[in-house]
Design a protein around this ligand. Structure first.
Ligand SMILES: [Fe+2]
Ligand SMILES: [Fe+2]
Length: 258
């Protein structure tokens, strides 16, 4: 889910393991595929034909991003079959991993106004993450010693990834512009500003928590502590009746013994 993505992004940008690039693209391909599904659902539920057309174009872009990412991963796994098992794409995992909730799609959950603001902010965020990722690819390429064969094929895959990411960044910027321009024109100004700020705050909190495991542990520990403290006065409700200590050797119970 989003936490996995942010964690992978943080690890990739800190950059210790070369497989992170492929794991990152693998996880993001699910996110892109899920966005495509959300956009199609929104297009189906929308009554304005122009908006629906735009949402379908957005969905096609997202499907294309998935395809592009999968193509780099396939290229990489051709040379590294040992990691292939970990990066196999199963479309229904978008539900299992929690990217898509078929009982309530984002458009139904948020309504048209908030939906476009939510999409705009998330696209903005995605293009920032992809820009960092592309910079990381450039850094990696600079460090690669292309004399050995293995390094050469690695450099080729990283260059491929960098080019594809560049194309994806341009699309994400278009999606961001369309969504935020639409929202700014069609949503009341105070509501637009409020949701814009709200989505930015939520996004920052999610990223901060997911990329700082120590903060995460402390937040979880504080929640546990609060819950336990609140439960203490009601502990009688959870008390379990002590087990009956049957004395099987006693005269009364001896009949039950074989
Ligand atoms: Fe995308
Ligand atoms: Fe997008």
């Amino acid at each position: 889910m989003i936490r996995t993505l942010i964690k992978l992004k943080t690890e990739l940008i800190r950059g210790k393991n070369r497989n992170f690039l492929w794991m990152f693209l693998h996880e993001f391909s699910y996110a892109e595929f899920s966005s495509a599904i959300e956009m199609l659902q929104a297009a189906k539920l929308n009554y304005d034909i122009k908006i629906s057309k735009n949402l379908i174009d957005h969905a096609l872009d997202e499907y294309n991003h998935t395809k592009l990412m999968r193509s780099i991963i396939s290229k990489y796994t051709e040379d590294n079959p040992d990691i292939f098992r970990n990066v196999r794409f199963c479309p229904n995992h978008t539900i299992k991993k929690g990217y898509v909730d078929p009982s309530k799609f984002l458009f139904q959950k948020y309504g048209i106004e908030r939906f476009f603001i939510f999409v705009g902010i998330n696209e903005q965020n995605a293009s920032k993450i992809f820009t960092k990722l592309r910079n990381r690819c450039t850094d990696t390429l600079r460090k690669i010693d292309s004399k050995s064969g293995d390094q050469q094929s690695y450099a080729y895959n990283v260059t491929l990834a960098s080019d594809v990411i560049g194309k994806i960044i341009r699309d994400e910027e278009n999606h961001e512009n369309f969504s935020l321009i639409y929202a700014s024109r069609n949503v009341k100004k105070w509501k637009f500003l409020f949701f814009l700020l709200w989505e930015r705050i939520l996004n920052n909190i999610r990223h901060f928590c997911a990329s700082n495991s120590t903060v995460n542990k402390w937040v979880a520990a504080s929640i546990y502590l609060i819950v336990i403290t609140l439960i203490i006065p009601f502990r009688f409700a959870f008390s379990i009746e002590p087990p009956r200590m049957n004395n099987l050797v006693s005269k009364e119970n001896s009949d039950l013994m074989l």
